[in-house]
Design a protein around this ligand. Structure first.
Ligand code: ADP
Length: 541
């Protein structure tokens, strides 16, 4: 027997249409230089319609890919809805990717129109001759500055000449709405194609109170760039629930963020740990009123326990740890404590909050051993995390490598984890970052987090270095806080670790560096360090 409910497609269009009706006075606030630009949802929606008309005039048809090369700003929010709702595919490009990867991505996705922030024009001008499919460039500003791009249009001019109503088509919910490429730590980046359905369900997943918990009462600031897994889906979720949106533009330094939170009374924000480590250090010396913030979602790399504890105890800021991937839209797990866990002693609560947490409904998890057999949920046994669900990719876009990651209806994440009896996932390491010492595995993440808890340390990364006897041994690369640059010693670091780790887990050596290199999305870039210290000769232990 079939259910007798309407076959109502899950597309982004109803979200676009309801936002101005119910939340017309809500705002998208963009930091532009020293000013704050404000656009209400009532102003935003007709501009989205104008943009859809303009795209059609440029020849964009159903299924065409439209690329953006832009910071987090209001025009980008317009593209986020105009492109998918007219039936095309939004493709934000990662501003920080090396040129060869950008060219690969644009050609692989066959982007037809490319929108670029005026400040980023020089990057695109250099690459444009290598783009094979781009037919139009649009500069996201009032007019077109002096440029070699052709044919090129000014965003505002296109909008001025377009009607503010658009007959948004009825779309199939499984139609592509957007795509993002993984940052390609090995080989070419891999394309992930989101559907309307996956984006709507993912937005609902984000809104759940056991997840990000975004509500109409929120003023949400995605610091995570709009090119990094669509700002983790926050722009869609905010429009869906009617939350105000604050966008930092290119101003992403800790001081910029603290000022912006203070000025706009942000309640919820999200970004990678390096951002918040920076903010925490800033708050040691400078004072801001950040009392409006009730939730800081931290993910993309492991949020160290000391960061969670210190932010809360010293600054009253609540970090919610989350894990996800480009392939997962990205929501995978969120570390919000259950009623029972909230009765535990404080230290145990912080231990749990430093884990990556529990999947929301919509994400199914299991951890498997080398024989692809599920391992027990005992909080101890390591396994590779596999996931499945309606907002998880089933294959990469036109890529032979899909078969390596997608098997039997599951996506193999490449993350080694433990899962405890409560279903809390802890990411032990990425498979490729684990230090394989003899028959044992050492978590580089655990060591890094412990080292960064040392009060004189700013950042730390632990990498595996080849060892004649043990195959690999850990090498700690430590960036001291500037004031301790000349005084912090290897012995200080090892003594600090000794109480928490067995002797065989300790790094064989500690080297001091100015800063840990970062990836294009602000995570520690250990492959740079690995390449730099490939032939490093470890001292005898
Ligand atoms: P990439 O870093 O490859 O560009 P993603 O942003 O999709 O692409 O990264 C996903 C990976 O980031 C995960 O597989 C995991 O290794 C890591 N990651 C994400 N969130 C966390 C977290 N909270 N703790 C530890 N690792 C995380």
């Amino acid at each position: 027997m079939q259910g007798l409910m309407m076959d109502y497609p899950l597309t982004l269009t109803p979200l676009l249409e309801r936002a101005p009706k119910f939340f017309g006075h809500k705002e998208i606030i963009t930091k532009a230089g020293t000013t704050l630009e404000r656009e209400t949802f009532a102003e935003w929606a007709p501009r989205v319609a104008r943009l859809a008309n303009a795209l059609e005039k440029l020849g964009v048809r159903r299924g065409d890919r439209v690329a953006t090369f832009a910071w987090n700003n209001a025009r980008h929010m317009e593209l986020y809805f105009a492109v998918p709702c007219m039936g095309a595919v939004l493709h934000p490009l990662n501003l920080r990717l090396p040129p060869d990867q950008l060219v690969y991505i644009v050609n692989h996705a066959e982007d037809t129109v490319l929108f670029v922030d005026a400040s980023l024009l020089p990057v695109i001008e250099k690459l444009a001759p290598q783009f094979k499919s781009v037919k139009h460039f649009v500069v996201m500003g009032d007019s077109v500055p002096e440029t070699t791009l052709t044919p090129v249009h000014a965003y505002e001019e296109l909008l001025r000449n377009a009607s503010d109503t658009y007959p948004f088509p009825n779309l199939d919910e499984n139609q592509a709405a957007g795509m993002c490429y993984t940052s390609g730590t090995t080989g070419h980046p891999k394309g992930v194609v989101y559907s309307h359905r996956s984006m709507v369900l993912h937005s609902m997943g984000l809104a759940m109170s056991s997840s990000f918990g975004i509500a109409e009462s929120d003023i949400a600031m995605p610091v995570v760039p709009m090119f990094h897994v669509m700002a983790w889906g926050l722009p869609f979720a905010c429009i869906m629930v009617g939350a105000d949106v604050v966008l930092p533009g290119p101003h992403m330094q800790p001081r910029d963020l603290a000022e912006l939170i203070q000025a706009t009374r942000v309640t919820l924000t999200a970004g990678v740990p390096t951002l918040w480590l920076g903010l925490m250090n800033l708050l040691e010396n400078e004072r801001y009123d950040l009392s409006s913030l009730h939730t800081m979602v931290v993910g993309g790399s492991a949020a160290p326990r000391f960061l969670i504890e210190k932010m809360e105890k010293q600054h009253g800021l609540k970090i919610i740890h989350a894990w996800g991937m480009t392939e997962m839209s990205p929501l995978g797990t969120v570390s919000r404590l259950t009623k029972a866990q909230l009765q535990l002693p404080e230290a145990e609560q912080f231990d749990l909050r430093a884990k990556q947490g529990m999947p929301p409904p919509g994400v199914e998890i299991r951890a498997v051993d080398e024989m692809n057999q599920a391992v027990p949920w005992d909080g101890k046994t390591f396994g590779e995390l596999q996931v499945r669900g309606p907002w998880i990719a089933r294959e990469y876009y036109k890529d032979d490598r899909s078969a390596n990651s997608f098997r039997d209806g599951w996506f193999a994440t490449g993350d080694v984890v433990t899962i405890d009896a409560a279903g809390f996932v802890q990411i032990v390491d990425r498979t490729k970052d684990l230090v394989k010492s003899g028959g044992e595995w050492i978590s580089s993440v655990d060591l890094e987090n412990a080292i960064m808890a040392h009060p004189q340390v700013l950042e730390a990364a632990v990498i595996a270095v080849t060892h004649p006897k043990w195959q690999e041994r850990p090498l700690a690369c430590v960036a001291p806080k500037p004031e301790f640059k000349d005084t912090l010693t290897k012995k200080d670091i090892l003594d600090h670790l000794r109480t928490r780790f067995a002797a065989w887990e300790l790094p064989d050596d500690v080297i001091f560096i100015d800063a840990v290199p970062k990836t294009s999305v602000g995570k520690f870039d250990k492959k740079v360090l690995r390449a730099q210290y490939r032939d490093y000769v470890l001292p005898e232990r």
